[in-house]
Design a protein around this ligand. Structure first.
Ligand SMILES: [Zn+2]
Length: 171
């Protein structure tokens, strides 16, 4: 998955408030994203969202893979910065090839995970088995979404978590 396919979705996500425990805007965005593409889309009572991409033709026998990211972000700002995490977009800019945020956390954790899943859901040219994209709530405040999830919310037996800081990590 190329960066240029992922970054437009990340930029969309930067505009959506998603403080832990107040994920209603990002939940709405994700539901609309899935439904507008005709993909099976559901949420549970706490706000976890699952969007399913059916297997490509010829890949129906491949195992289902679950991709997981979390909807919320750590919301911190520098002293004196006027930013309301309940409604303001993150003010991002590029410096020396790095994306940064003016005065606040950027939310790449786990905005990039979300954006990667959206890019995979959106790209019809990818030949894949069935993919279940899982977006959990309130990870940063204690994995509340993951703990509250029913065991039958998704069906895949292989889960890849897109929330690690270390390349190749299994934790
Ligand atoms: Zn995270």
């Amino acid at each position: 998955m190329k960066e240029e396919k992922i970054m437009p979705f990340f930029r969309d996500i930067l505009r959506i408030p998603r403080e832990s425990g107040h994920e209603e805007h990002i939940i709405e965005f994700l539901l609309e994203f899935g439904r507008s593409r005709g993909l099976e889309t559901k949420r549970d009572a706490i706000g976890n969202v699952l969007i399913t991409r059916p297997a490509s033709v010829g890949c129906e026998s491949w195992p289902t893979v679950v991709l997981q990211s979390h909807q919320d972000m750590v919301c911190e700002k520098n002293g004196g910065v006027k930013h309301d995490f309940a409604k303001d977009a993150i003010d991002a800019y590029i410096e020396d090839g790095w994306m940064k945020a003016r005065g606040t956390t950027l939310g790449a954790d786990d905005g990039i995970g979300i954006a990667t899943e959206l890019a995979i859901l959106d790209d019809k040219s990818l030949k894949l088995g069935k993919i279940e994209c899982l977006f959990t709530v309130s990870e940063e405040t204690g994995l509340d979404g993951a703990f509250a999830m029913s065991s039958d919310f998704f069906t895949g037996k292989i889960l890849i978590n897109l929330d690690s800081e270390d390349l190749g990590s299994c934790s």
